[in-house]
Design a protein around this ligand. Structure first.
Ligand code: FES
Length: 201
């Protein structure tokens, strides 16, 4: 997994829009006034949403001022967690889980396909201009390994064929549906059996 890349071309300014300022008011109500620094994670998330799915340094400074905390306290959170993007990502952003359960069920083949179809390196925008990918740690869907997250959705129970179809659909700008690619419903056992060995609806 590559180190997080800070984008070289940084905007000079960042301000939350009025809609997000209202959301921040609501978020801050969840914390005692003396602990408002705890809101750093949801504020970073809002900044990312507002700024095309990546967080500029100006947004970290803005959040630090807003919460009256040192800039480094925001920077260290933003650079630690993989869910915060510090450089532009593709409109279709593919996060490939390569932790052990996904890896032993073929995540390495998904990475290989991403390199072939999207870009040779992680965190690089595809030549078509609409996709990027990166490896991440466990996304909590090990029961559906191997899997990827694309924007907000999980694509599960993948193999080479389904991954290829999904990636090609993204490149064409017509993403296939998320969910299980072995037709499982809510990660229930295959062959329509529940954990008691009975058929489920
Ligand atoms: S190991 Fe891939 S989702 Fe947990």
């Amino acid at each position: 997994m590559s180190l997080k890349k800070i984008h070289e071309d940084q905007p000079k300014e960042f301000k939350f829009n009025s809609e997000n300022l209202k959301k921040i008011d609501e978020i801050l109500k969840k914390y005692p006034k003396k602990n408002k620094k705890s809101a750093v994670m949801p504020l970073l998330y809002l900044a990312q949403r507002q700024n095309d799915n990546w967080i500029p340094l100006a947004a970290m400074k803005y959040i630090a001022n807003y919460l009256s905390i040192p800039y480094i306290s925001v920077y260290e959170v933003a650079t630690f967690y993989t869910m915060y993007n510090l450089a532009p990502v593709g409109k279709h952003f593919i996060q490939v889980c390569t932790t052990t359960p996904c890896l032993i069920r073929g995540a390495d083949k998904i990475v290989k396909l991403c390199k072939e179809k999207i870009s040779p390196h992680e965190n690089e925008i595809s030549k078509q201009g609409n996709c990027s990918w990166m490896e991440v740690e466990c996304l909590g869907a090990c029961v559906s390994a191997p899997m990827v997250q694309i924007n907000d959705d999980y694509y599960e129970d993948l193999d080479e064929k389904s991954t290829k179809e999904i990636l090609e659909s993204l490149i064409k700008g017509k993403p296939l549906k998320p969910g299980s690619y072995r037709g499982r419903k809510n990660t229930a056992p295959e062959k329509k059996l529940n954990t008691n060995g009975e058929n489920h609806a």
